[in-house]
Write a protein that binds this ligand. Sequence first.
Ligand SMILES: Nc1ncnc2c1ncn2[C@@H]1O[C@H](COP(=O)(O)OP(=O)(O)O)[C@@H](O)[C@H]1O
Ligand SMILES: [Mg+2]
Length: 258
Amino acid sequence: MSASRQWRYRMFLGLMIVYMATACIVACALLWTTVTQYKVENISDTTENQFLVPICGIKKDLYSDPHMNCDLLDHLSYEKFVANGWTKIVYSAKLNNQPIAIKTVNLKGKDITDCAKTKSILLCHNRAAEKLVKEINLLKELKHETIIQMKHYCAKTSEDNLCMKYAVIATELGDPLTNLKLLQMTWDQRRKIIQDLANLVNYAQHSPVGVLGLADLRRPQFVLINGNMKLTDLDDIIVGEPRCVTNADCSSTVFYLT
Ligand SMILES: Nc1ncnc2c1ncn2[C@@H]1O[C@H](COP(=O)(O)OP(=O)(O)O)[C@@H](O)[C@H]1O
Ligand SMILES: [Mg+2]
């Protein structure tokens, strides 16, 4: 082989090696960015990865409950967003042509987003779902004209924190009680709101599960249904008389709605 042909051959070989090395680096960089993009922060790869975690099963004792109906709720199509709070989100839907409210965990709510800054998404989600379960358990017991009526629910919570808890409540649909609605009310309508509130406080004192502490009694926890005001957010209710831990707890004047 002549010297010039040998030189051209070496140049070609060198360029091929550089070309292949560059292609390898680019391919590796692309692969790395794809992998890191899908990596879920703060969640370990084994048990807590939300994409691998199964949804919890249904507790056996709920099978015989007539209000428990996961099949029905899983196949309902939510029509539109109604309102949300820190923990829960509410949509409207139709069931047998009747409007209903569907309440479930608010994945983008303050409760979950604040919690997820320091804890795993799964744990935060499960805590929010547990609040819905508490609300379900209270709605089963508390039947009153000033408390929203539950029609169906679905609760899947049987396992420990290795599975994702799931809870949905279907209730009668109301209108969120806004400041504007209150301002537009006639005096008669306002008097009715005060009567409903007094009625609720009275019921809280004599409820079938005992005295209820209405710990978060605020306007956004109520809805209006045919001019009646009904409590819809029950997850902060304290059941039973508050207990004194220290002497000071019982001697100071504490305003408590019981
Ligand atoms: N049955 C319902 N019909 C219409 N709106 C509702 C109903 N239940 C709740 N809402 C609205 O959804 C909002 C969030 O529900 P809520 O139970 O208060 O969640 P959170 O615990 O996050 O505060 C409420 O402020 C209320 O305006
Ligand atoms: Mg609320």
